[in-house]
Design a protein around this ligand. Sequence first.
Ligand code: BEZ
Length: 254
Amino acid sequence: MTSPQTQQWNPERYGENARFVSDLGMPVVELLSPQPGERILDLGCGDGMLSLKLVDIGCKVVGVDSSAEMIKAAKSLGLDAYVMDGQSLSFESEFNAVFSNAALHWMKGPKQVIDGVWRALRPGARFVGEFGGYGNVASIVTALESALSMRSVTISSPWYFPRLEEYRKLLEARGFEVRTIDLIPRPTILPGDVSSWLETFAQYYTSALPVKERLVFIAEVADALRNVLCDANGKWQVDYVRLRFSAIKPLTVT
Ligand code: BEZ
């Protein structure tokens, strides 16, 4: 089993290859139903595009992300943003809501995340999020694992894509009242080729190989996926599955 490097984020490349991630985040913003004046923590804020929408509505937003590069980009938009691991949040009873889009699947300690969110929320406040659920990008995961296994390399997945009931139980075990939780297939058209997606998001897999083998590896994975994900016009559509939920920290905890 190889230990790959961690994922590196490049805000410019992210803007080119992954802007659809925040563009498709409006349903979870609507589920949050942010109100002017509310103090909101954006957990895994990335380059801050959705935090900015909350600020525009009149919310007081704090963004956190584990990537220093992304936090630099968020700060350049004027956001109040900090480098912090979502699995060890350091806030105490200060937010009306914790919001998260497309970030929780990068945190493989969901219990620690939920504990930190619980502590960060005031009584009666809400935790609203969306991330990759069970079966998310399954065709890509299969192609990556099989191309690595051809090279006798195995790594454990960098992503946490839980079943709906598993995540509901974790929220309820901490004391949250789950208001809504849905697993939503959302096939997603990519702005370009799947190779750009792999270069942007699959670095745990590519970095398990020597640098000189990585381009060939990506081309091979893209080739394996062509029949599955690419249409006759060359448009790539990825099998995204979202887990979208809304939960409340009760006013009184028994
Ligand atoms: C997602 O948003 O579902 C996702 C992004 C990158 C890697 C895996 C999943």
